[in-house]
Ligand binder design. Structure first.
Ligand SMILES: *[C@@H]1O[C@H](CO)[C@@H](O)[C@H](O)[C@H]1NC(C)=O
Ligand SMILES: *[C@@H]1O[C@H](CO)[C@@H](O)[C@H](O)[C@H]1NC(C)=O
Ligand SMILES: *[C@@H]1O[C@H](CO)[C@@H](O)[C@H](O)[C@H]1NC(C)=O
Ligand SMILES: *[C@@H]1O[C@H](CO)[C@@H](O)[C@H](O)[C@H]1NC(C)=O
Length: 495
């Protein structure tokens, strides 16, 4: 999905429309782009147990997050006398995966022994020379998800798993610790929401955020905002706090915490953010755009990594039209459109084979709206690569310029920014006229709006952070403002 990270705030200068946040589809024919769910290949209900004295699995360290870390690397050593290429190491959480009873044993022939899938796994031969020595060592990255962990050695592949050894459990020092706060813009420019998870029910501990303005000398006055517990899912509680009445453009620190009944406080880590500027305030704005992060594990293991289908229907189009028409270009001089699927242009090989270079009926009705409301740049993901077009309308470049646009922008520039981390997608070999720059690599876009009329666009590769494609827009802002009242006419291609 499209992600944005702010530094310096974004709300005022850039109106970004984010929709179809749902991740990429596996239902569409474009699913050849997508992976499968590795854990679904494990026939866990067919597991048999055949513990061997010679077999062992040991995980270190036994205590994780000793210094308050919420993520830790664990080394798992294992071995036995009968190594085979079919052997695999599973990570279970909660650790006690053997004693749970299966919900519906009658569904399977014979009573299944296991119905808890591991959270991830790795082939035992991932460790060099495992087949030769019958010994291996693999590092797994674990995050604090409120339960302990255990590791198991299976043989028989994923289809006929046979459990041969289990490790002792290991766990985080405080499995309930508040972790992973996420920021989201509130309903107005001066409100920020903080959402996090913990193992503390509100009856057990009072959840809050301590926050205050970052003051260079002396200490800033701290305020606290209580959190509502908005949902519960196993495992953990989800808390959201609202930080209100923020000063525009000021830097704040915040720290999540839970006050226990004995008055002691369990703290999360401290972070900072900058509040958005006042709407219309002339200020420097920067945003980062990337799509399709993928969910590949840093430790290379196999885990849950499925995609959910997205959809676009009439309701969404009405929403888009309403959203575009309520944009106030006085306060939102730059208009950025973003959607997960390609509703604009992509020379990705699958779309090219369809002859459409887009999702079916993607731009059909939208291109009139983009033109009418003078959308500056439109971003899409779903296709896992980078591509930038000329300013376009109805599949025609409306400018021969490639990198320094000035004066009236006569069309929208379309960008595929899907190289966030998922496996990469191919292009068609013939390059369409409108395609200015393509890069089959991981990367992201940085947009800098200096003021109402000057914008810098940069595409950077994730590997070195260097700029590989860029353009600037220096436009006449009055031209955009003239669209405010009755909107601009969609220009034709007559010229
Ligand atoms: C390890 O075993 C798996 C499953 O049998 C196999 O797919 C993979 O290619 C093997 N890898 C190595 C490095 O031997
Ligand atoms: C269209 O989208 C709306 C909300 O996004 C949803 O409630 C509705 O069921 C969808 N209709 C179809 C036919 O998919
Ligand atoms: C937009 O179109 C006008 C009229 O054809 C042209 O003079 C101008 O250069 C175009 N703008 C850009 C940025 O290409
Ligand atoms: C906008 O910013 C650009 C780049 O910093 C600068 O050259 C230009 O003069 C500024 N324009 C206005 C109207 O402030």
């Amino acid at each position: 999905m499209m992600g944005r990270r702010r530094s310096g705030g974004v709300a005022m200068a850039v109106a970004a429309l984010l929709l179809l946040a749902a991740a990429a589809a596996s239902a569409s024919p474009a699913s050849t782009l997508e992976g499968f769910q590795p854990l679904s290949k494990i026939a866990i209900h067919k597991t048999t147990v055949d513990l061997h004295d010679s077999a062992y699995v040991r995980a270190t360290p036994a205590l994780l997050g000793d210094q308050g870390e919420d993520t830790e690397w664990v080394t798992v050593k294992y071995g036995w006398a009968n190594p085979s290429a079919d052997d695999w190491i599973a990570v279970f959480s909660p650790a006690d995966f053997l004693s749970g009873s299966c919900p519906n044993p009658s569904r399977y022939p014979g009573e299944p022994l296991l119905c808890t899938a591991p959270i991830k796994y790795q082939w035992a031969n991932y460790s060099a020379n495992y087949l030769y020595w019958g010994k291996g060592s693999i590092r797994f990255q674990l995050i604090n998800q409120r339960y302990d962990f255990s590791f198991a050695l299976f043989t028989g592949g994923l289809e006929n798993p046979k459990l041969v050894a289990v490790s002792k459990p290991i766990s985080f020092k405080n499995p309930k610790a508040p972790v992973y706060p996420r920021l989201a813009q509130g309903k107005s420019y001066d409100e920020m929401t903080v959402t996090w998870t913990s193992g503390y029910d509100i009856s057990e501990a009072y959840p809050f955020v301590e926050w205050g303005m970052v003051v260079l000398s002396g200490s800033g006055a701290a305020a606290t905002a209580p959190a509502r517990t908005v949902g519960w899912r196993e495992p953990g509680f989800i808390h959201t706090a609202f930080l209100r009445d923020l000063w525009p453009n000021k830097e704040y620190y915040y720290k999540i915490g839970h006050e226990l009944s004995d008055g002691s406080i369990v703290w999360g880590k401290q972070y900072t953010f900058r509040a958005p500027p006042f709407p219309g305030q002339n200020s420097l704005q920067r945003i980062i755009v990337f799509g399709d992060m993928g969910k590949a594990e840093r430790d290379g293991s196999n885990e849950f990594a499925n995609y959910q289908p997205g959809s676009l229907n009439t309701t969404d189009r009405l929403f888009i039209e309403h959203c575009l028409s309520t944009v106030d270009r006085k306060h939102q001089p730059w208009l950025i459109f973003a959607a997960h699927r390609v509703l604009g242009y992509s020379s990705n090989s699958w779309y090219a084979d369809q002859g459409s270079f887009e999702e079916p009926e993607g731009r059909e009705s939208l291109q009139k709206l983009w033109q009418k409301h003078r959308v500056d740049v439109a971003f899409f993901g779903h296709v896992h690569n980078y591509e930038r077009t000329c300013p376009l309308y109805q599949s025609q470049c409306v400018s021969g310029e490639k990198s320094r646009f000035s004066g009236t922008m006569n069309g929208t520039i379309f960008v595929i920014a899907g190289g966030g981390g998922s496996h990469l997608s191919d292009y068609t070999s013939a390059i369409p006229k409108w395609s200015v720059f393509r890069d089959r690599d991981y990367g992201f876009v940085k947009l800098t709006a200096f003021n109402h009329s000057s914008l810098l666009f940069e595409y950077k590769k994730s590997s070195d952070g260097k700029v590989y494609d860029s353009f600037t827009v220096d436009r006449d802002y009055r031209d955009v403002l003239s669209c405010v009242h009755d909107s601009c006419y969609p220009t034709t291609l007559a010229s």
